[in-house]
Design a protein around this ligand. Sequence first.
Ligand code: NAD
Ligand code: ZN
Ligand code: ZN
Length: 384
Amino acid sequence: MLAMNYRGPYRIRVSHKPYPKIEHPNDAIVRVTRTCICGSDLHIYHGLVPDTRVGTTFGHEFIGVVEEVGSSVQKLKVGDTVLVPFNIACGQCPFCKQELYGNCHESNPQATAVGGFFGYSHTSGGFDGGQAEYVRVPYADVSPTVIPDWMDHEDAVLCTDVFPTGYQAAEQGGIKTGDTVVVFGAGPVGIMAARCAWFFGAARVIVIDRVEYRLEKAKEFAFAETYNFESIGDPVLFIKKITDWYGADVCIDAVGCEAAGAPLHWITGKLLLMQAGSPTALHWAINSVKKGGIVSVIGVYGPPANLVPIGSLMNKGITLRANQAAVKRLLPTLFNHIQQGHIRPRDLITHRIPLEEISDAYHIFSAKLDNCIKTVLIPPSANA
Ligand SMILES: NC(=O)c1ccc[n+]([C@@H]2O[C@H](COP(=O)([O-])OP(=O)(O)OC[C@H]3O[C@@H](n4cnc5c(N)ncnc54)[C@H](O)[C@@H]3O)[C@@H](O)[C@H]2O)c1
Ligand SMILES: [Zn+2]
Ligand SMILES: [Zn+2]
């Protein structure tokens, strides 16, 4: 079968790999019909995630058709069309029992901090991902969800990550009616977080980035007020100035460990690897939220550690909330929003590219070319 094949930082291709096999009675094999590239994939593509092995296949956002099921699988049957959340969750451990599906204790024997994810290095369990024609899905009875008949398949593939992640970014911000919310990052996740902030009662939603076409999309899709951080001077001072000098009620970091905007963070985090990437958006979030406010971190940070302004956090009484999105927990709510016509996640999609052209697809998304926001890859198996 054809699958994305990682050769080293910034070097990927499509090549032939063996078909995945059932390795455990609760596995399923899914024939992939649509799969996306995520901002998280850029961190591994750029070589920032430890133990990303040559030859592995990325991809944690995919939908497809169940081709084979293990002997103990009960909920899924061959022929079902499913969306597969990006987290691999056992459904049984104390964390899964609390619906912390992004923090499963069983699915990733390689680490205690990080749960298992599809296609996200051996640090996240070493599972091959869905940027392929076929993929092995462990714990098939837990997270994979049959796509309802009424749902558009492009909306479904965005329910595997970006919609739940943006929603959780807003939810964990504890947004209350009337709040001013600042979202750092106008990638797909930040734009979605901004859009979802309104569901929780925000009165003002501000999005900060430096890529103009993305700020335009944040206006159009998320009805946000937008600013380019390269033309507002010090972003922290600017946010204070436009919020009566109090600061925002809630700040969301939807950038993560590859933030631009502060050369010192970039040099120590990206070039010298003295910290785990550059935490500039997190600094700005902590410093521009009001006293007693909430900072929601949805952008990804990895091991081992980053320098963060803990003194501001402590003295301002800020609550910091962060996590991987618990996709399965959120699906019923998100399905309802889509069915009621409150949102059409697929409107974020700008590119539909054959899997065979994955190398170009990553380059376009990574370099922010061609007004790219969200890319869907179409494997040949989509037409099987
Ligand atoms: N927690 C989760 O469950 C989860 C799930 C999916 C993605 N993520 C993470 O969310 C983050 C965003 O994902 P994405 O797909 O939108 O990625 P993306 O790379 O497309 O978008 C990131 C955006 O941040 C902007 N940016 C860079 N520095 C900035 C700064 N200092 N201030 C404001 N904006 C800045 C970039 O220009 C870019 O538009 C990534 O770190 C990704 O790994 C987390
Ligand atoms: Zn993702
Ligand atoms: Zn678990």
